[in-house]
Design a protein around this ligand. Structure first.
Ligand SMILES: N[C@@H](CCC(=O)N[C@@H](CS)C(=O)NCC(=O)O)C(=O)O
Ligand SMILES: [Zn+2]
Ligand SMILES: [Zn+2]
Length: 304
């Protein structure tokens, strides 16, 4: 059983080859098997982080007032059904960030397991879509307000979901899929540096600074190693990297972060800073965005 899992994982390493695989895969396998779920509890909303696949996250969002819930990117539907049962909540909706299989690939199975769900998304390629949304559309999850933020670039139909509770003193939440990661951003598969600049700086960057950021993947350590390469003298990056390694070693998530924190260590959120622009060899923030994304696409992540 164990051997088969390792063999399958090795295939996905492609060009790295079998020699490297036999050293790397057991560690990665060990960690992905041990990834813990975790619960962020506020009096207005709860968010349960549900690890899925190798490094994806699904998020169960619970409105404490009504016990109604939504699930973000339910790629492993059975885990969602189990979590819904465990919390004793009424699952009403699916919030799909984008159509890629590692995010939307469980939608069809989930609606079969739990008929009647509203499936939100911003792209006709999203499986089982019932409610197509675009920028500034709003809807409710129980008493929580959800606002759709259109952030095209990783894909042309990418949506982030911003969640608030009226009159609450607690921080809002944003589910950012493959647009904003902790210390990184998604690849520009279907868009441009200009679009990612708008998404990160003008849309997500203008949310309240305390907003908790729940992203689509656990990429934090690799992202911070690239961030350190861009800004070797940024102490916030080094501190966050040491913290993230400790979390990883305990099988714990590095999520959520906050919008304010992202501005201190995420190079893609820092393209207006001199240090990032100097590294990119430009004084234009959009050119800097283009340059560091291109560089990260072929960045060889160091061991330490
Ligand atoms: N570099 C990724 C490879 C997988 C990948 O391409 N992921 C997509 C999202 S499914 C992405 O946009 N990654 C952002 C990045 O590599 O900086 C990893 O660390 O495993
Ligand atoms: Zn994606
Ligand atoms: Zn993804």
């Amino acid at each position: 059983m164990r051997f088969r899992t390792l063999a399958a994982s090795a295939c996905t390493l492609g060009a790295l080859g079998a020699a490297v695989a036999h050293k790397l895969v057991p560690t990665a396998w060990f960690h992905s098997a041990l990834r813990k779920s975790s619960l962020v509890e506020q009096s207005d909303m709860k968010v349960e982080l549900l690890p899925a696949l190798t490094d994806n996250y699904m998020y169960l969002l619970i409105d404490e007032d009504t016990k109604e819930a939504a699930i973000v990117d339910p790629v492993e539907p059975q885990k969602v059904v189990d979590a819904v049962k465990k919390h004793g909540v009424k699952l009403k909706s699916v919030l799909t960030t984008h159509h890629h299989w590692d995010h939307a690939g469980g939608n069809e199975k989930l609606v079969k397991l739990m008929p009647g769900l509203t499936v939100y998304g911003g792209d006709d390629r999203v499986g089982a879509l019932t409610q197509k949304v675009t920028h500034s559309n709003t809807f409710k999850v129980g008493s929580l307000n959800v606002k759709c933020l259109f952030t095209p670039c990783h894909t042309t139909g990418h949506i982030c979901y911003f969640v608030t509770k009226e009159n609450s003193t607690e921080p809002p939440a944003v589910f950012t899929g493959d647009t904003l990661f902790v210390a990184g951003c998604g690849k520009f598969f279907e868009g441009t540096a200009d679009e990612m600049y708008k998404a990160l700086i003008e849309v997500l960057g203008r949310l309240p600074p305390e907003t908790r950021v729940y992203c689509g993947h656990e990429y934090t350590i690799n992202n911070l190693k690239f961030a350190r390469h861009v800004e070797p003298n940024n102490e916030a990056i080094r501190t966050k990297l040491a913290w993230a390694k400790e979390k990883y070693d305990n099988g714990e998530p590095t999520i959520p972060s906050t919008v304010a924190d992202e501005f201190t260590f995420n190079p893609f959120m820092r393209v207006r800073e001199n240090s990032v622009q100097e590294h990119a060899g430009t004084s234009d923030p959009i050119e800097a965005m283009r340059s560091i994304r291109k560089e990260k696409d072929s960045f060889r992540v160091p061991k330490n």
